[in-house]
Design a protein around this ligand. Structure first.
Ligand code: MG
Length: 375
């Protein structure tokens, strides 16, 4: 079989932005994904196995999505089988020669996977799953916001953080959590939030955050990178962003330009807000007045390389006095940016949903990570 050769960066199928995030403290030495898999055979074997195990369920979603768009099922399956052969050939080539295409990390493998799917005209395999979860989460949003508004002020910041963890369970890229959502199943947000692991969490900076956020006018502007659609954006991140706005901050919400797994895209975020503004006046007025901006990060992967973001995002960061960066989700916050250093305080927050990530951090699946770096 002819080995699959990934496209070089800069190819139109690789939707990388061309700007470094201006808030990186050390742009010259910044590397997204500090785990170079060439130098770690056990880790490489783990990740190759995980990508292999996950791909068949991704392809089933892909076929269902294509049929929903009106494609013939046999044609879609034929193309999906071809994707499977290509991806397997690529993974096998890495197993034989990890350095074959240069530096090797999880982000690179994700890009090749997305590239194979896009090339086969499967641009958004999880479109149906994202839509289903967005609709379910939107139904819960008004009562959740009412509950949060009725809480004692002192309890609110912690509850919002717990909401981010609970929402982040909607992750179809991690095999553990993907099973929870198989065949239309869903997960109860309130139940997940009530059963989060007790503190101290695996990385636990909550006390520092509670002090930071309780100061008068804690930040002038915040940049918030969001991970997934569904409960993640709607029930976890939107209430958190709304609270930052209430405290006087301008907020930029940055999400993927292009679909990847079940990550929320900029187009989906804008449609979500078309509905959110009908049920929540504070968010509606923030959006109307430009205090809340919805921006494409330029990214098209479940992890993010902050040395390649969109010009739109880079310009927004230069325009506003950003003094808080929040990176949410396992791929962005842990796998690609746990060690990234910023020019302002930065929070990295995620639920751990993968054994390889848990092992690398000395924890276990469903552990919670909330790191706050104060500059
Ligand atoms: Mg994701």
């Amino acid at each position: 079989m002819t080995p699959f050769v990934p496209l070089p960066s800069g190819s139109p199928l690789r939707p990388w932005g061309d700007q470094a995030l201006p808030l990186l403290a050390q742009p010259a030495s910044y590397v997204a994904c500090s785990w170079d898999l060439r130098a770690a055979p056990d880790r490489l074997a783990y990740w190759l196995g995980l990508f292999r195990r996950h791909f068949p369920s991704l392809l089933e979603e892909t076929i269902a999505e294509a049929v929903d768009r009106g494609e013939n099922r046999d044609d879609a399956r034929h193309r999906a089988d071809e994707c499977s052969r290509k991806f397997e050939s690529y993974l096998q080539s890495l197993a034989e020669q990890p350095g074959r295409y240069g530096r090797l990390d999880i982000l690179e493998i994700c890009f090749v996977r997305e590239e194979i799917l896009r090339e086969a005209n499967f641009p958004d395999p999880y479109r149906l799953a994202k839509h289903r979860e967005n609709e379910a989460a939107l139904r819960l949003l008004p009562s959740l916001l009412a509950q949060l508004d009725a809480m004692p002020e002192a309890d609110l910041p912690r509850r919002l953080i717990e909401g981010i963890f609970a929402g982040n369970i909607f992750d179809l890229g991690a095999t553990q959590t993907a099973e929870l959502f198989e065949r239309g199943k869903t997960v109860d947000f309130h139940q997940v939030r009530s059963k989060l692991p007790p503190r101290p969490w695996l990385i636990d900076c909550l006390d520092a955050w509670l002090r930071w956020i309780a100061r008068p006018n804690p930040c002038r502007a915040a940049l918030v990178f969001v991970d997934n659609a569904g409960s993640d954006i709607v029930l976890g991140m939107i209430p958190f962003v709304r609270d930052l706005l209430r405290r006087g901050a301008n907020v930029i919400v940055a999400v993927n330009a292009f679909p990847s797994l079940n990550d929320v895209t900029i187009d989906e975020l804008k449609s979500l807000f078309d509905q959110v503004v009908k049920v929540d006046e504070p968010l509606a007025s923030a959006l109307r007045e430009g205090r809340l901006e919805l921006v494409s990060s330029g990214n098209g992967a479940p992890l993010i390389d902050l040395s390649h973001v969109s010009r739109e995002l880079a310009d927004a960061c230069r325009r506003l006095p950003i003094d808080l960066v929040v990176i949410e989700g396992m791929g962005r916050a842990i796998e690609s940016n746990l060690h990234a250093i910023f020019t302002c305080p930065a929070m990295k927050i995620a639920m751990v949903k993968d054994k390889g990530v848990a092992d690398a951090l000395g924890g276990k699946v469903y552990d919670l990570v909330m790191r706050l770096a104060e500059v």
